[in-house]
Design a binder for this molecule. Structure first.
Ligand code: SIN
Length: 522
């Protein structure tokens, strides 16, 4: 198959991918963006919470940095967090320039406050539709700029090919029409892996395959044990797990069990505004204790008009289920929300492979440590996206720092089964049940055994064959489980019931690297 010419290839159309593409164009490059679904479909458009930036009169990047460090529970890469917080105001100015309609009061951008932020620094657009507003503005600009966008086009494989960058294998979303691009720079902005969990706030496209593809190509993966669980997504049999933003609790909504008891007051001094992992674990405990499938968010004490102005999308969603939050309890459950780890990068998005860059949720800069501060994720896509765009014009031979603990992971050769909805469903249950909010060595080992079994069915038979979606899902899931088994402590979003405390010797990152295939003996 002949190779086609290779301009910077950007994979993914969330905030990071769109922003890199736009900035590349402004810097005189001619990027091509591919996205496995429609251009408008990404995790970004579901982000309700907002975007953090120290632009208030009593705020500063240093205060934002301190909050980011303390949320990250001892594992934040301070340099990455300094970059994130100090470059935030400039990136917000870019969004304003691109036409994002941030909410204002008296002509000034209005700033909200969220748990664990010491200042009012959360910008919103359209109330709880911040992600959607940003995505719409960036998408409009991308189309206006004439950037080549190929929808329903899937990256299947990356093959390291020297300093220029990897060779990329693309196909259509049904696995046909393979095209091989000549070696060149590739930016992975493919987002997270939340939908590999049975309960997830993410859309179904968030399957973490960027991690699997980079890992197969020999890239370093870090911090995969840190999956952030959001405490409150809507729960009803057969209904989507729609996010009910933390800001609901910020406004005064409280959590009750099925007996109507408010349980968070006995768990943490900040009750419903305790750190996200504490609230998620308390809800999980309550669900297991009572055998009832959900708990309830009670906003009935809040004024109706305030709820409808502040949370228009949520109120609209609830109304389709006959619920009015000023009158009715909202059934909620925790759900996988954000992949803190991913493809290891330096502060300019260089991965460990020449010419391969990563930014946004799929990247692991260490900026979030063991627990991400709310509303730092959209910001991460912009700040590190900008740095990647600048590097694309000026390749340099840098790379991520060495992890404190490196685990080599073998890849079996398998039967090449491309897809199987039952096995995908099994992966989602395995992760939720045994690699979820509360983990133990026994559960993690058992999940790994099952994921290896699925991997042996799904991995390509020959190392040069592109893997299918099932193999990628099993691989990413097994990397999460392996890192979680390795970290014998509890820290941030990672909780081990058999090691319930933080351990100082674990103040280091876990890196995962593909083990070299054993040499064949003749
Ligand atoms: C939320 O709105 O509760 C989520 C915000 C975030 O995850 O940053």
């Amino acid at each position: 198959m002949p190779e086609s010419s290779h301009r910077p290839l950007i994979v993914g159309s969330g905030i990071a991918g769109l922003y890199v593409a736009l900035r590349c164009r402004e810097l005189g490059l001619r990027p091509t963006m591919v996205t496995k679904s429609r251009l408008e479909e990404s995790n970004t458009k579901y982000a309700q919470g907002g975007i953090a930036a120290a632009i208030g009169p009593d705020d500063s990047p240093t205060l934002h940095l301190e909050d980011t460090l303390s949320a990250g529970d001892g594992l934040v890469n301070r340099d990455a967090a300094r970059v994130l917080t100090s470059e935030a105001p400039a990136r917000i100015a870019d969004l304003v320039r691109y036409g994002v309609p941030f909410d204002t009061v008296d002509g000034q951008i209005s700033l909200g406050r969220e748990a664990a932020h010491s200042r009012f620094r959360i910008l919103h657009a359209g109330g709880d539709a911040t992600g959607l507003s940003i995505e719409e503005a960036l998408r409009r600009r991308t189309l206006e700029a004439g950037i080549e966008v190929r929808e329903r086009t899937v990256l299947r494989r990356l093959e390291p090919a020297g300093r220029d960058g990897p060779r990329a294998y693309l196909s259509d979303d049904l696995g046909g029409g393979t095209e091989i691009l000549a070696p060149g720079p590739v930016v992975l902005a493919t987002g997270g892996a939340g939908s590999l969990y049975r309960q997830s706030s993410n859309p179904s496209i968030a399957t973490g395959e960027g991690v699997a593809i980079a890992f197969r190509a020999g890239g370093l993966i870090t911090d995969m044990e840190f999956i952030q669980f959001h405490p409150t997504v809507f729960w009803r049999e057969g209904a989507p797990r729609f996010l009910i933003t933390e800001a609901f609790r910020g406004e005064g909504a409280v959590l009750r069990n099925d007996a109507g008891e408010r349980f968070m007051t006995t768990v943490h001094r900040d009750a419903e505004l305790a750190p996200r992992d504490v609230v998620a674990r308390a809800i999980d405990r309550e669900i297991h204790r009572t055998g009832h499938p959900c708990v309830y968010l009670d906003a009935t004490g809040l004024p109706r008009d305030r709820l409808f102005v502040r949370f228009p999308s949520i109120c609209r969603f609830l109304s389709t289920y006959g619920l009015d939050p000023s009158r009715d309890m909202i059934p909620v459950t925790p759900a996988a929300h954000y992949m803190i780890g991913g493809i290891s990068t330096d502060l300019d998005g260089h991965t460990s492979l020449p010419g391969l860059y990563a930014c946004g949720e799929v990247a692991s800069t260490g900026v979030h440590g063991a627990n991400r501060l709310a509303s730092n994720s959209l910001l991460e896509g912009l700040v590190f996206g900008e740095r990647v765009a600048r590097q694309l014009g000026h390749p340099a031979a840098h790379g991520p720092p060495a992890p404190g603990r490196l685990v080599r992971v073998p890849l079996p050769s398998g039967a090449g089964r491309r897809d199987d909805p039952e096995l995908v469903s099994e992966i989602r249950s395995l992760l939720w049940d045994d690699v979820g909010i509360v983990r133990t060595a026994d559960g993690l080992r058992s999940a790994l055994r099952d994921l290896d079994r699925i991997g042996r069915l799904a991995e390509p038979g020959r190392p040069d064959d592109p893997a299918g979606p099932l193999a990628n899902a099993a691989l990413t899931a097994s990397l999460i489980a392996r890192a979680a088994l390795t970290r014998t402590e509890s820290r941030g979003a990672h909780y081990r019931a058999d090691f319930p405390r933080r351990r100082p010797e674990w103040r280091r990152h876990i890196g995962l690297l593909r083990a070299k295939p054993a040499a064949r003996s003749n």
